[in-house]
Ligand binder design. Structure first.
Ligand code: COA
Length: 255
């Protein structure tokens, strides 16, 4: 259990809230486990028809906690990063998923949205996937889902340059359904989740199944995971994590 993830259920909608606002909701291993378990429960419980991701504070999530990556890089980690607890579950999750995104959504904060069926963002939301800046590679099957969604050129730029995509642009590119003022994101996402919860669940799940192949997504996650784990241990990743901790720009010319 961790207080950094809140889970509640109301009228068939499970709301899962990133709740570590002082760290921009950066995700620890305990948070991955908590969300994985919540989604497993949502899958198994017939009374839960939809899951909704949202957040406390000014950010959706700053992605994986970089101190967890740094510990894995230096060999000092008690356990390896547990991101798979979320992303593998997302690949298999067969009920509708909705997200309401305010502020930054970095790394897995953006790639998890590609597994959501309805996404509402703030007009000033900033979605980014700066894997290469961190000397890492794309995860959560985003190496296939992001190019499929927004095109190869834009996806490569997002991965390799790490520049954020703002709310309206995310809608134009097909990452999100609508961009609304930040103070309306939660209500908009909740309203959509409530509507889905009133639809026939069998038809919803069959539609979702027809629109995506969870097995292919899992296979790609395993391919990505091997390269990710390898990159995580490199000198270039050590430089990237040290630069973040020291609040400076990385210098990859030395490694
Ligand atoms: N892992 C660990 N801590 C993080 C974090 C992360 N991914 N993102 C933010 N934090 C922490 C900061 O270290 C800071 O902690 P402190 O107050 O104890 O110093 C706190 O959250 C606030 O972050 P800060 O950087 O001061 O806020 P900001 O508004 O200037 O910038 C971000 C916000 C998200 C743009 C910036 O923190 C950032 O780039 N984070 C890293 C994102 C990232 O690379 N994630 C991994 C993707 S794979």
């Amino acid at each position: 259990m961790t207080e950094h993830v809140k889970v509640s259920v109301d009228n068939g909608v499970m709301e899962i809230t990133w709740n570590r606002p002082e760290k921009k909701n950066a995700i620890t291993n305990a948070m991955y486990k908590a969300v994985g378990e919540a989604l497993d429960r949502a899958s198994a419980d017939k009374s839960i028809r939809v899951a909704l991701f949202t957040s406390e504070g000014d950010s959706f999530t700053a992605g994986n906690d970089l101190s967890v990556f740094a510990a894995a890089n230096s060999g000092g980690a008690a356990e390896p990063p547990q991101g798979h607890r979320l992303i593998h579950t997302l690949a298999k999750f067969d009920k509708p998923l909705v997200a309401g995104v305010r502020g930054v959504a970095v790394g897995v904060g953006t790639t998890m949205l590609l597994h959501c069926d309805l996404v509402y963002v703030a007009t000033d939301a900033k979605l980014s996937t700066p894997f290469v800046n961190l000397a890492l590679v794309p995860e959560a099957a985003s190496s296939i889902t992001l190019p499929a969604r927004i095109g190869q050129a834009r996806a490569f730029a997002m991965f390799a340059l790490g520049e954020p995509v703002l709310g309206e642009q995310a809608v134009q590119w097909g990452i999100a359904n609508a961009a609304v003022p930040a103070d309306q994101v939660l209500a908009t996402a909740r309203d959509a989740a409530r509507k889905l919860a009133q639809r026939p669940l069998g038809a919803l799940m069959a539609t979702k199944k027809l629109m995506r192949d969870g097995e292919i997504l899992l296979q790609q996650m395993h391919r990505e995971g091997e390269l990710f784990a390898k990159q995580l241990k490199t000198a270039e990743a050590a430089e990237a994590f040290a630069a973040f901790a020291q609040r400076r720009q990385p210098d990859f010319s030395k490694v």
